[in-house]
Design a protein around this ligand. Structure first.
Ligand code: KG4
Ligand code: ZN
Length: 338
């Protein structure tokens, strides 16, 4: 079964053709990093206009690289939320148009479900049940995954997402946008134990997250550092990056430990843009004995159409169909998936 997956939820226009919910025949991503770079973050109006310009060439390229035409497709899967509403609408309207004209069934997909299922694009896949941590620019959530379509939220961020904290801290430190990769690059030259930034673990058993405190702690520390030349001799920017990264990674690792303890589930999947972080990967693989930890490859961690096609495949297979009245939604908790 061949499914075309489309994601335009934020600032990447992406399309992919996936066979049987497992094999990505193509995965085309048009990044808008350069467009938003001068603003240090995504400008929604610019993002939706860029999606409009890019959606046709991106979908055509995805079909071309997969060696298929629209006529070969068995279904279309498109992200309908959560995300920027103007951006989502571009992908959704495009999918509806192809579906209508070519008479191909389509389904609307929750972007977070896509991130969770992105691991099925890899050769080695986890057995159910597994714990999934989705860590991206917009979301930090822990789930127990019992089957395709059977998800239970265990915890979520009460304020900023982990990726958002990386992006905001990178901006404060003048490292550029997008922040995650820049912080990681800078941190490689630094000492993660140089500054003990606060780790917000919340109450003893809590599986929720909070990253606004550390963001403020860095901003205050950086202000002090800028005015103090002797502190600058002792501590460099890379030390601040490494110490920040370490604090975020420690919190993510601890929350996974708690989730394993609470659910007794022994398989863990970490997905979303922050799952690219090599320090997080290293610490998670080292920390847990007898627990299998799975990471999608970096191309499937950041936003992509392939993960949407995987989620779509399982829904189409069960007979699910969307209609032309399907709407996009900026908020779309996983508990709202039918
Ligand atoms: O999943 P994604 O591409 O988009 C969203 O759905 O948000 O995630 C993007 C986020 C950004 O906040 C980016 O800074 C972060 O993932 N990110 C990283 C790394 N690469 C991307 N964070 C930490 N370390 C990285 N290597
Ligand atoms: Zn995402």
């Amino acid at each position: 079964m061949l499914v075309l997956g489309i994601d335009t939820s934020c600032d990447d226009t992406s399309a992919s053709v996936v066979r049987d919910g497992r094999y990505a025949l193509s995965n085309v991503v048009h990044s808008q990093i350069e467009l938003h770079h001068p603003y240090g973050g995504v400008v929604p109006e610019l993002a939706s206009r860029a999606h409009l310009r890019n959606i046709t060439p991106v979908v055509n390229e995805a079909l071309l690289r997969a060696g298929v035409t629209l006529e070969d497709l068995d279904g279309i899967a498109v992200t309908i939320g959560p995300g920027l509403i103007g951006s989502l609408l571009v992908g959704l309207c495009y999918a509806k148009a192809i579906s209508y004209v070519k008479n191909i069934p389509f389904v609307g997909i929750n972007h977070l479900e896509g991130h969770i299922l992105s691991i099925f694009l890899e050769e080695k896949v986890p057995d159910f049940p597994f714990i999934a941590l989705t860590v991206s620019g917009g979301h930090t959530c822990l789930y127990a995954i019992y089957d395709f379509g059977k998800y239970k939220l265990l915890g979520k961020t009460l304020d900023d997402a982990a990726g958002e904290a990386f992006d905001k801290v990178a901006k404060v430190l003048g490292l550029g946008y997008p922040g995650g990769m820049e912080i990681e690059k800078s941190a490689k030259q630094g000492n993660p134990e140089k500054i003990k930034f606060p780790r917000s673990y919340l109450s003893k058993d809590s599986l929720d997250f909070s990253f606004s405190g550390i963001k403020t702690a860095i901003a205050l520390f950086f202000k002090k550092w800028q005015k103090d030349s002797s502190l600058q001799k002792e501590i460099c920017i890379s030390d601040i990056s490494a110490s920040f990264q370490e604090a975020v990674v420690d919190v993510l690792v601890e929350k996974i430990r708690r989730a394993i303890k609470k659910t007794k589930i022994r398989n863990v999947v970490v997905a979303g843009g922050v799952a690219c972080n090599t320090r997080l990967r290293h610490k998670l693989l080292k920390k847990f004995k007898g627990i299998d930890v799975y990471f999608p490859s970096p191309e499937f961690c950041t936003d992509n159409g392939a993960m949407i096609a995987v989620a779509g495949y399982h829904r189409l297979k069960k007979g699910e169909r969307a209609d032309l009245y399907t709407d996009a939604r900026s908020r779309y908790p996983i508990s709202d998936i039918k």
